[in-house]
Design a protein around this ligand. Structure first.
Ligand code: TMP
Length: 243
């Protein structure tokens, strides 16, 4: 399947049509942004690593019965996915206090939550993706109660599956963000699952192995993304699974 027409450019990905109207092609870029676009940069090889890491996670979730938009990885930077009408909601799941949760509630970063926290954000770049609750979602008609129930259930399942998998690889899943969309009337998990959209800490050293290294100018950004890929795949060479 080849890319046809350019459709849309996001901060980290470009989307193209394909010959199949039900499928689109995602091209992962090396561009990185933070602070709602104020901080801009490039992370060498990020597009390749995020494409492969997302492919890995979507396949892992499929093995556990979680359906996503993922169809197949078609090159180092390109993924074929089902075309979604994206719900204008971001779902964040948290296990350990970090980032905006630590700041908002005055919790020391690293505080373990007694149970997972789910949060909803309104997907709107100009507003900086403000946090919303179910009342906002229904009042703004961003999703139905049935859809909110579905995406909440899937988000908690993803949290459970990924937490267990990553723990075996000496990684803590601190938090992550998911997006969902409608495909032929059904709600599917979309977007990506990568160090751009998750916080991963080394379980022994608590070293950050995700985009916080870019957000906070900690250095070693590319190395952290590569470390995640290597831990997930057991250190296979990068191009081995690219078709
Ligand atoms: P936060 O602590 O900044 O709210 O982020 C929570 C998690 O969600 C973290 O893993 C990063 C991810 N995230 C995104 O992927 N995109 C976003 O726009 C935001 C705000 C967070």
């Amino acid at each position: 399947m080849e890319r046809k027409d350019f459709l849309y450019e996001g901060k980290a990905k470009r989307i193209f049509t394909t010959t199949d109207p039900n499928l689109v092609l995602v091209d992962y870029k090396d561009d990185a942004t933070a602070q709602n676009g104020l901080k801009k940069g490039q992370i060498a090889n990020k597009g390749v690593l995020n494409n492969k890491i997302s492919t890995f996670f979507f396949q892992l979730l499929a093995q556990h019965g979680i359906e996503s938009h993922f169809v197949e990885m078609i090159s180092e930077r390109e993924m074929l996915v089902k075309k979604l009408d994206i719900l204008q909601i971001e779902v964040v799941s948290r296990n350990i206090a970090a980032g905006s949760l630590a700041k908002r509630l005055g919790l020391p970063e690293g505080t373990k939550m007694s149970r997972p926290i789910l949060e909803f954000y309104y997907k709107d770049d100009e507003l900086g993706d403000p946090m919303i609750n179910e009342y906002h979602i229904y009042a703004l008609e961003l999703a139905t109660a049935e859809q909110v129930k579905q995406i909440s259930t899937v988000a908690l399942q993803v949290n459970d599956i990924l937490t267990k998998y990553l723990r075996q690889r000496d990684l803590l899943l601190v938090d992550f963000k998911l997006e969902f969309g409608l495909h032929q009337g059904r709600v599917l998990l979309g977007d990506e699952i990568s160090p751009d959209t998750c916080r991963f800490w080394d379980a022994n050293t608590m070293e950050k192995l995700d985009k916080d290294r870019f957000r906070r100018d900690l250095g070693g950004v590319e190395e952290a993304y590569l470390e995640i890929y290597n831990r997930l795949t057991g250190g296979q060479p990068l191009d081995e699974d690219a078709k």
